[in-house]
Design a protein around this ligand. Structure first.
Ligand SMILES: [Zn+2]
Length: 437
């Protein structure tokens, strides 16, 4: 019987969480004798969308083109422009490789997979319907087939109609709905490749901090969700033939200050504001990555502007009070991290500060729990910092008890390709063959 691959991403799960998880019944049963990477290095910036696309393509953000969670914008229209559509990805992903190898494919809330032509059963990461749009129409617009919509219909009662700021309850986030949809897909279709993305731990850490008394509740829920998936695999008769991978995309770090670099760029004369606060014109503009920020130049080829902005940012870094200590040029981050794109500079946190996009004074942002980047902990910093994400695998392809000391997120897609008997020729990572039989 053909082996299957089910990849479950628990956003912002870190190595330190495993000690508690090992005491939980479903995790300890499902992941008994698993193969494991002890230290997984993520990408720069350590953000959900760049990292998940790296997990799915085996390429760093420069090559796959998803360098942030949202598109660069200099208007504040209250909208967050999430990067939802798979045609934004410039590298081949595991779904294309799996289809070539004759696999059936499925995705539940994996980032940046909207309308991916290589996913047979697609429920794209998606939050609330547009005005006048039903939940089903919203998923259909982003590529859900009639068959995929059946999995949504099975679980509509788990869609969080009453989304609230209080997240310590499963029915106010999307994650319980996501798990239900994945189980429906397993029972109905037994896809050969299924990627699932659950954000519960990430949301909780943003809100309350990296290591808090709330973590064990998240891990209790995670264990319940793993139990539900195990039951679905058993019902479908695929438990023994399924390779199950539990992984994550990045860790988080607590921070204590929220800085608005665009206010500093206004003060430096690189952004002009109208009386109503809107941007009249700009020559340099920052986009927050949480605990780093990218700086875009209106004309990136303007050498004099490049020199002025670099000098200004370095002077600010030397001031030692604005929350960033390192100005990296685009060439430096390309060489060191494989990160490139239309930005010209990247500034890294001092370890205590996160950044907001707003250009409205004051430069220090008040606490704002409505912005996911501005809670008590976040990410987006250099990948070598903080607690590291996880990678554990069990099933017929994995060598029971195998330990690999170190791997990279970009090694995961080549490992998946190997398990599926597929080829992913453009990947920058390599298969973690020490984990496999
Ligand atoms: Zn994430």
């Amino acid at each position: 019987m053909k082996e299957k691959l089910l990849v479950y991403s628990m956003d912002a799960l870190v190595h330190e969480d495993l000690e508690y998880l090992r005491t939980k019944p479903n995790f300890s049963r499902l992941m008994a004798d698993c193969a494991e990477v002890e230290h997984i290095r993520t990408v720069y910036p350590s953000l959900t969308y760049p990292a998940h696309v790296s997990i799915a393509t085996g390429c760093r953000p420069g090559k796959h083109g998803i360098i942030s969670n949202t598109s660069f914008q200099t208007v504040n229209d209250g909208k967050v422009n999430w990067l939802l559509s798979s045609d934004l990805i410039q590298a081949e992903d595991i779904y294309a490789a799996a289809k070539r190898a004759g696999c059936t494919t499925a995705s539940v809330y994996w980032p940046v997979m909207g309308n991916n032509p290589n996913i047979d059963y697609l429920i794209n990461e998606y939050f609330f319907p547009d005005p006048g749009e039903s939940i089903l129409d919203g998923f259909a617009r982003q590529g859900a087939s009639e068959d995929a919509l059946k999995a949504v219909k099975d679980n509509l009662d788990r869609f969080p109609v009453h989304h609230t700021k209080e997240i310590l309850s499963k029915d106010t986030t999307f994650d319980d709905f996501i798990n239900g949809c994945a189980c429906s897909m397993i029972r109905r279709y037994q896809p050969d490749l299924l990627l699932i993305h659950n954000c519960y731990m990430d949301t909780t850490r943003h809100r309350y901090g990296l290591f808090t008394e709330h973590n064990s509740l998240c891990l209790d829920y995670l264990d319940e969700w793993l139990g539900e998936l195990t039951a679905a695999m058993e019902d479908a008769g695929i438990y023994e033939t399924t390779n199950f991978v539990l992984l994550s995309d990045h860790g988080q770090l607590d921070f204590v200050r929220r800085i608005k670099p665009n206010v500093l760029l206004c003060r430096g004369g690189f952004i002009d504001r109208n009386a109503d606060g809107t941007v009249r014109s700009w020559r340099a503009f920052a986009q927050s990555n949480g605990m780093s920020f990218s700086v875009y130049l209106k004309d990136p080829k303007d050498a004099e502007l490049h020199r002025q902005v670099f000098e200004y940012l370095n002077k600010l870094a030397d001031d030692g009070v604005w929350g960033f200590e390192q100005i990296q040029t685009a060439e430096e981050v390309k060489g060191r991290y494989g990160l490139y794109g239309p930005f010209s500079f990247l500034a890294e946190t001092d370890g205590y500060s996160a950044f907001a996009d707003s250009w409205e004074e004051p430069v220090l942002n008040p606490i704002d729990l409505t912005d996911y980047r501005l809670g008590k902990a976040t990410h987006g910093y250099q990948p070598e910092k903080g607690p590291q994400p996880v990678f554990l695998g069990r099933g017929p392809a994995f060598r029971a008890g195998a330990r690999l000391e170190r791997g990279e997120i970009i090694d995961e897609a080549p490992t998946f390709a190997k398990i599926l008997g597929a080829e992913l020729p453009d990947a920058e990572g390599t298969c973690m063959s020490e984990l496999l039989r």
